[in-house]
Design a protein around this ligand. Sequence first.
Ligand code: SF4
Length: 466
Amino acid sequence: MSTTDPLLGSTFRERANEQLANAFLRVAVPKATDHAVATLRNRYRDHDYDGLRELGREIRERAVGDLDRYLDELIAAFERNGITVHRAPDAAAAREIIRGICREEGARTVVKVKSMATEEIRLNPALEADGITITETDLGEYVVQLDDDRPSHLIAPIIHKTKAEVRASLSRVAGRELPDDAAELTAFARGELRDAFMDADVGISGANFGVAETGTIVLVTNEGNGRMCTSLPRVHIALMGIERIIPRLEDLAVMLPLIAGAGTGQLITTYVNMISGPRRDAEPDGPERMHVVMLDNGRRSLLGTRYQEALHCIRCGACQNVCPVYRQVGGHAYGWVYGGPIGAVLTPLFRGQKDGGELPQASSLCGSCDDICPVKIPLHHLLLNLRHDRTAAGEVPRHERIAATLWSYAWSSPIGYRLSARLGRLGIGLLGRRPAAPRWTGPLAHWTQGRALPRPARRPWHRRVR
Ligand code: SF4
């Protein structure tokens, strides 16, 4: 994995333009995300999915609203279960804690379960610098690692890759041309990963949920790699964002179907691992030692602010699936770890206005993300608030500020609205007389770069209604 931070040195527009030139991505991403959304809708056609979402929202609100209390409860329960708990205020501290554990254990090989938190702290380059061999064990993440690439979707990391590309990557490892058959390619990767599991000194995972009541880490996967990573190596380290807490074990009855349904349309993922400590005396397998690293990295600073609800996110990827911007440009355009609507919210909050402030502009504010989010995060309101913050910070170009002020002034009264609409009609009408589909030029050219300017109706809607 590259050690450079992808956010630095490029703008969203530059990254998006690069992705828009990828014809495969623009077909494959909408196709895959449409499939996930259709499966979800079919699955819950005859059920009260909205009621389930409301229960999920309540659970997340309760957990995040009383975070310190539940964190104390969770940490006490972890320690009762024989788990060593570490607190990491930021990414650097988390990396150092994990490096320290690996050093103490004399670890040379590590296997990893897919974890966005480990991407967030850029763990792999830090461990590699210590001479440790890391193997990503989720199939998609494995291919990402082989290609020195980055995941482009929260739960489908290689949504941007063709089968031919995957085949070429695996063939490189095999040292021969592998057949063009998905089952055979998977079987080959499976064989490679088996060896890595058997040899690993340490297994590293994230945590989909941490149950405060019982001190349990919950992992959901569809490939079984989570179970292998957390039971075969002699040490297990889980990196958990402090907000991924749920109060009670029974809350899983709501959260498990929500995360599976929103992510892939499943009722429940193929594997659900509930890990409550290292191996006990009578148990035949499991790690000898278990550590949990509790990651803050900007999360606590959102408590009590108008962005607190961003902490309710369970990283299911559903908002990416329906976002008209994400579906065209994919995850890499967002520059950091999290793409799509939740990425456009989290990146400026975690990285600051300077690095991620432009991302909330990458939204049509259509609200599809709000409608699908399994825990009802009001994403488009958060995006609007972030736009306000950006304006207040003076980060918006002068011409945009002047245009928005004039627009707001004109549309604040019926007469201003009618006059501006008439002028707009006149202007578009003049452009529309051109033989080709009209396109704007100058500073407004971006609006019509990828689409034709519509011709105005012969009789405006208002007049027809009247
Ligand atoms: S914001 Fe909602 S839909 Fe998007 S990843 Fe988080 S939980 Fe899923």
